[in-house]
Design a protein around this ligand. Structure first.
Ligand code: NAD
Ligand code: KPL
Length: 305
């Protein structure tokens, strides 16, 4: 019997992983916020995955953090700002050999969780898969993509990657996961805040090419300064390519703001500006972008961090 995957957070990505693992016969348990959410989940009779208009419901067992069973493998699938508190509630249940897979976008939350659990192995992930919820306990698989996993302190790939293979989750073990996370952070910093400020789809940033280029130059400087030169390579071209390839899409930050949801700003642009300050690097356009974005969030009644 293979090790059970505990999935923390029944949101978009948590459900996308839980349903595919369950479909492959991998043992999965879903950790819900509290008894009320558990009761609601049990009434719904499972998790539904909608793929190309076809839906399937999977009977994944639900539980709360108070359940007594030890956790050996934990997929942390909540937002970056919730990760530390959510993991803290499970600390007593983590087995001495526990492994955590951290799916959070941006940077900062992974190190915070790893520092909280010095005995556990924390594997960082960066995913280009796309999913959204179209109802409670339902997720729509909106964009096929890839997930890179890696452990900066320990280059050996875990054997359980076989479970991902069986579940049809496209993935690769990455020996440079921090470079990937920094690169994605830089892309997100160059694109997402501007889509919020200009209230536009990604493609409309083609009309703001100079501003994008200036931000890319500053982000490149930051990456070099933070010891991530590989993440800086040809950044502007990649940003332009992504803007073109996702022209019709609204960025994730745009979608959060439009839906009145808290953003992950502190783990994206906020993290970049803090890193610049730590290195005494003056990046005026990036800093100004953060000021403008925070103003916009506050004007909409959303948290500044
Ligand atoms: P989401 O908001 O859909 O899901 C997060 C879930 O975690 C929510 O259901 C929330 O209730 C739950 N949660 C929070 N605290 C909890 C706790 N203490 N106990 C139990 N559950 C708790 O978020 P998402 O879109 O799945 O994103 C998760 C992470 O993955 C984010 O960092 C996001 O940027 C990243 N990501 C998302 C996508 C996507 O397509 N959705 C793609 C790539 C990366
Ligand atoms: O990841 C993205 C997002 O919307 O968060 C892209 C599409 C790369 C835009 O930054």
């Amino acid at each position: 019997m293979s090790t059970t995957w505990h999935i923390l957070g029944a949101g978009s990505l948590g459900t996308l992983w839980a349903t595919r693992l369950a479909r492959a016969g991998v043992p999965v348990r879903l950790i819900l916020r509290d008894e009320a959410r558990l009761a609601s989940y049990q009434a719904a009779k499972g998790l539904t995955l909608v793929e190309q208009g076809v839906e399937h419901t999977y009977q994944v067992i639900g539980e709360t953090a108070d359940s007594p069973a030890p956790i050996h493998r934990l997929l942390v699938a909540c937002k970056a700002y919730d990760a530390q508190a959510a993991v803290a509630k499970l600390q007593q249940r983590l087995a001495p050999d526990a492994e955590l897979i951290l799916l959070q976008n941006g940077l900062g939350s992974q190190d915070a969780v790893a520092a909280q659990l010095p005995q556990a192995r924390c594997i960082f992930a960066s995913s280009t898969e796309g999913a959204f919820r179209d109802g409670d306990w339902r997720v729509v698989f909106a964009g096929h993509g890839y997930t890179w996993l890696g452990d900066a302190g320990h280059p050996t790939a875990p054997l359980w990657l076989e479970d991902l293979h069986a579940a049809g989750i496209p993935h690769d073990w990455s020996t440079d996961i921090l470079t990937r996370l920094w690169r994605k952070l830089a892309l997100n910093c160059a694109i997402n805040p501007l889509t919020v400020l200009y209230q536009c789809r990604n493609g409309e940033l083609q009309a703001h090419q100079c501003e994008v280029a200036t931000l890319c130059a500053e982000l490149g400087e930051l990456l070099e300064c933070c010891g991530q030169p590989a993440a800086a390579l040809d950044l502007q071209h990649e940003v332009e390519r992504v803007i073109q390839a996702t022209a019709a899409n609204y960025s994730s930050m745009y979608q959060d703001v439009a839906a009145g949801r808290r953003t992950e700003i502190s783990y994206l642009l906020g993290y970049a500006c803090q890193a610049a300050a730590r290195h005494q690097l003056n990046l005026p356009h990036l800093q100004q972008l953060q000021v403008r974005l925070v103003e916009q969030l506050l004007a909409r009644g959303l948290p500044r961090d």
